[in-house]
Design a binder for this molecule. Structure first.
Ligand code: E4P
Length: 218
């Protein structure tokens, strides 16, 4: 399972990339706005820190402008994955860019049918938004299970299921259990994944017992 982090904050990306556990990064217009930086600068900088796919989202909604934006983003660095919304124009752009060999992440997916369309359009990634479905009383993980199951029936689909809108570590566990290829999570969730009170308690006991031995390994 691959771990992407969902942020445009370069210092956080740098810090988490040093764990060796980060396979890619996803951004979106909201995250770029939060960073207060210019999209082209921030994406290029992230691409130079993390070698894996870095999702950069187009900002237009019409086919021609989206395609032009997507091509410009793709030219920035070879590891850019162009992110397009799951709309008819977005999927047309997905098909053109994918045929040109550009990785495309289709975002804002809320149904299995939308995911089937994205796979047929040649998407490298489909991003079902788990947390936003949970927010409206639907089971986001049910959608992940559906898409993973459907894609498995069609080995010709090369699209990876990228569980997005992840809100807490249980979402990561569940996505892993269901066979999602990738999870993109906010930095806080990745940090939370390390934690267990019994780890802290056990380590404190080991350290205190070790101190009593007066030994040193080095
Ligand atoms: C995915 O690529 C999106 O950037 C992200 O996961 C959306 O998450 P949110 O619903 O917490 O905004």
């Amino acid at each position: 399972m691959k771990f992407f982090i969902d942020t445009a904050e370069v210092p956080e990306i740098r810090e988490l990339a040093a764990t060796g556990l980060v396979d890619g990064v996803t951004t979106n217009p909201t995250l770029i706005a939060k960073s207060g930086r210019k999209i082209l600068d921030v994406i290029a900088e992230i691409c130079d820190i993390v070698p894996g796919p870095i999702s950069a989202e187009v900002a237009a909604t019409d086919f021609d402008t989206m395609l032009e934006e997507g091509r410009k983003l793709a030219r920035l660095r070879p590891n850019v994955a162009v992110k397009v919304p799951l709309t008819p124009a977005g999927l047309k752009v997905c098909k053109v860019l994918s045929d040109d060999g550009v990785k495309v992440n289709v975002t804002l997916c809320f149904s299995a049918n939308q995911a089937i369309l994205a796979a047929k359009a040649g998407a490298s990634f489909i991003s079902p938004f788990v947390g936003r479905l949970d927010d409206i009383g639907q089971d986001g993980m049910e959608l992940i299970a559906d898409i993973v199951g459907i894609y498995r029936e069609y080995p010709a689909f090369r699209t990876e299921v990228l569980a997005a809108s992840i809100r807490h570590p249980m979402h990561v566990t569940e996505a892993a259990r269901l066979g999602a290829h990738v999870v993109t999570m906010p930095p806080s969730v990745l940090r939370q994944m390390y934690s267990h009170p019994l780890t802290d308690k056990g380590l404190a006991a080991f350290m205190s017992d070790w101190a009593k031995t007066g030994q040193s390994i080095l």
